[in-house]
Write a protein that binds this ligand. Structure first.
Ligand code: URA
Length: 246
């Protein structure tokens, strides 16, 4: 079990890595990597689509009109942005606000998984189609899934996934806003459920080892995204303004 401080430091280390990222062509056109912002120990996490022009300039997610609506809806359920963590499916702005391409989503997803792994949220609200489809690994659209709670394994972490309409879609469509607001009202009750039962990783590992012995498989390799303790220890703290950790 990590302390709140440890979690923050580990998250900063991932941010340090992400801000140098050249894994996809979006690094050529971005101004800033928009890693995500908020409470590293949040029970509630929101995952949007991609930074827009304002976010790209400021280095923070959801700072435009959609962000203002997000803040308003949070306030209506008694929450403040500083209590939650907000991130995006891709961390760099696609030029001219086009949709992120599959190769960009693929290249960026490791950062998102590491964020989830470190923050250990109870509830993840995906905002719109892109994050919902990515996390569910399925093409079902948000209009069918919004407001439907499910349990999902993300990396090593079981979470409660609660897809919502993207606030930008609700800005100009009253019926979407109404649905988004109604879905939001259930968030406190979902948070009160606490985390879902977590997979017994020690048990899974023992089973794997037993299988390995039986089949004389080669040794298991570390997962690609596993954090290297030495690299983390060496990482410098991020400037608080861009990471936006409170
Ligand atoms: N829309 C998003 O999906 N993310 C942002 O950060 C801003 C707008």
């Amino acid at each position: 079990m990590r302390s709140a401080g440890e979690r923050r430091e580990l998250l900063k280390a991932v941010y340090e890595e992400a801000r140098e990222c050249v894994r996809c062509p979006l690094h050529q056109t971005r101004t800033t990597v928009v890693f995500g912002a908020g409470n590293a120990n949040a029970d509630l996490m929101f995952i949007g689509e991609a930074p827009g022009a304002n976010e790209d300039r400021q280095g923070l997610p959801f700072v435009g009109q959609a962000g203002k609506l997000l803040d308003k809806l949070l306030l209506e359920i008694g929450l403040d942005r500083r209590e939650v963590f907000v991130a995006n499916t891709v961390k760099c702005r696609p030029p001219n606000n086009r949709d992120p391409h599959p190769n960009e989503i693929e290249a960026c997803q490791d950062y998102l998984r590491r964020q989830v792994d470190l923050i250990e949220p109870v509830v993840i609200c995906t905002l719109g189609n892109f994050s919902t489809k990515l996390l569910r690994a399925d093409n079902t659209g948000i209009s069918r899934l919004h407001g439907r709670l499910e349990e999902l394994l993300i990396g090593r972490r079981a979470v409660r996934l609660y897809p919502l309409y993207h606030p930008a879609a609700a800005l100009y469509t009253p019926a979407t806003l109404e649905a988004l607001r109604a879905d939001f009202l259930r968030i406190p009750e979902l948070l009160a459920l606490g985390p879902p039962e977590q997979p017994d990783l020690a048990h899974d590992l023992r089973e794997l080892e037993e299988e390995e012995e039986e089949e004389e498989l080669p040794e298991l390799e570390e997962p690609e995204h596993s954090l290297d303790a030495a690299a983390i220890a060496a990482a410098q703290p991020a400037p608080a303004t861009q990471l936006g950790l409170f």
